[in-house]
Write a protein that binds this ligand. Structure first.
Ligand code: GLU
Ligand code: ZN
Length: 471
């Protein structure tokens, strides 16, 4: 058993918004580290200079922070955003060059002069022959003169790794178990692009070793990259992490999660007012079976997280399921947090007590902040117009009913006071009592409980809503 401190990492490429699949990878990596009292590293894989954007890096840090996933090492959040160069691959060229030189010196690499067109033709002919396509090894044994000639023609070569022949790469995946890949199925792959920059297989593996990463959790799409990375690490005498490849995230229809399933980025859910605890609780159950029911804070999740409970089957993200968590989390949110959560949707010109009364009254009817608008209109808007059945229902109760109600409201606009007065004056009870009151006061037959709702409403408004049916 190694004594190295357990260290995990999240290594996003900042080429787009943080989507749910990667958010889950980040969460699981964080939980794994926390479970073992280890470290969690954030590394920005921004080697693709065309597609990487600083704004995506900033945004994904904001998303991670929002989810509560603090990193122990990585670019600092909310300071100079371009800091933390040692955790940005775009600034680690010297590190890759050093390791690359070591491989060059041991004869484990060679320059490849094949053009994209040549590579494509080779790929097609292999496919046509029914063979899985891989690099044909064209430049593997090129003579020194041939290399000089090619270079003289102005072709900048890529650098390929010389994959050993007739061997097997074996490793134990934390999710998928024992893996065995024949090196003969792996073509010599590119370590450095023609411009000298490090390719993914290379920089990713080097950095895991250099940053002391002991365990890597990442998407299943990287499973077949792993033997290549292990070959590179072995050739360099670097320590390989233990890998675990997480099952794919699919939508409710079983297809890989994509735009056509609706919102798929963390930012979209944040902007709609989903609460981070709701999202992390849903993600925690995606591909990780847990006997723990109910909403768990992150530290408790960490206690229960174990790779043994990671499944191989695709995990299904369903907004309806997320909504179950959202309802649960929103329902138990402390008042101050609710106020913050809904602040943009509550009227600006009311005092704190009334705001709190309003939020307390409507919260059971609110899944997302957008649901507030309807009740804001009901409580703070003009007296709601009634028509059709609703109007008939109110008229049926009669003027005497509303005279008593309005008179009571003028003195004390609480539900108790109004109800006692109406009962005393008319003897109405049950539906005959509640329906006309609710309709006159809110304009709708269903909604939040009346007593708390009236605490949020202005007394004058309550009086007016009742009094208009008193004649
Ligand atoms: N930058 C890679 C990605 O986002 C990282 C893969 C890995 O975690 O090793 O897919
Ligand atoms: Zn070649």
């Amino acid at each position: 058993m190694s004594t190295a401190r357990i260290t995990t990492r999240f290594a996003p490429s900042p080429t787009g918004e943080l989507h749910l699949g990667n958010a889950r990878t980040a969460l699981f990596s964080w939980l794994f580290a926390r479970h073992h009292g280890g470290r969690f590293v954030l590394r920005i894989e921004d080697t693709d200079t065309e597609r990487s954007k600083e704004s995506y890096t900033t945004a994904l840090m904001a998303d991670l922070a929002w989810m509560g996933l603090a990193w122990d090492a990585g670019p600092p959040y909310l300071s100079n955003p371009s800091d933390g160069g040692e955790y940005r691959q775009s600034r680690r060229g010297a590190v890759y060059a050093r390791h690359s030189a070591t491989l060059d010196a041991s004869g484990l690499t060679y320059p490849c002069y094949c053009t994209p067109l040549e590579l494509e033709l080779s790929r097609k002919s292999q496919l046509a022959a029914g063979r899985p396509p891989r690099y044909a090894g064209t430049c593997r044994e090129l003579s020194a003169e041939a290399r000089v000639r090619k270079s003289a023609q102005g072709v900048s070569p890529t650098t390929r790794f010389r994959v050993p022949t007739g061997k097997f790469v074996e490793f134990d995946d934390m999710v998928h178990g024992a893996q065995r890949f024949a090196t003969d199925d792996i073509g010599d792959f590119i370590l450095r692009r023609a411009d000298g920059s490090a390719a993914f297989f290379f920089s990713n593996a080097i950095d895991d070793a250099e940053m002391g990463i002991t365990h890597v959790l990442r998407g299943e799409d990287h499973l077949t990259n792993t033997p290549r990375q292990l070959l590179v690490l072995e050739a360099l005498g670097l320590r390989a992490p233990t890998y675990g490849h997480l099952s794919l995230l699919v939508g409710a229809d079983g297809a890989p999660l994509s735009k056509r399933h609706g919102a798929t980025s963390v930012r979209e859910f944040r902007e709609r007012g989903y609460l981070p605890t709701a999202l992390t609780n849903h993600l925690f159950r995606l591909g990780h079976s847990s006997g723990e029911n109910g909403v768990l804070p992150l530290d408790v999740m960490a206690r229960h997280f174990t790779v043994k409970h990671l499944g191989r089957a695709p995990a299904r993200f369903e907004e309806s399921q997320l909504n179950v968590w959202q309802r649960e989390v929103a329902h138990h949110l402390p008042m101050e947090e609710s106020e913050r959560w809904l602040s943009a949707e509550t009227p600006a010109d009311i005092d704190t007590d009334r705001r709190r009364a309003f939020i307390a009254a409507i919260r059971p009817n609110v899944l997302l902040p957008k649901d507030v608008a309807r009740w804001r209109e009901v409580v703070f808007g003009p007296s709601p117009a009634l028509e059709g059945d609703a109007l008939a229902r109110v008229r049926e109760a009669g003027p005497q009913f509303f005279q008593a109600a309005a008179q009571a409201a003028a003195a004390d606009p609480s539900l108790d006071s109004i109800v006692s007065a109406v009962k005393a004056a008319t003897g109405a009870k049950g539906q005959a009592l509640w329906k006309p009151l609710r309709l006159a006061l809110t304009g709708t037959p269903e909604g939040p409980e009346l007593a708390p709702l009236l605490k949020a409403m202005a007394g004058a408004s309550i009086h007016e809503r009742l009094n208009r049916f008193a004649a």
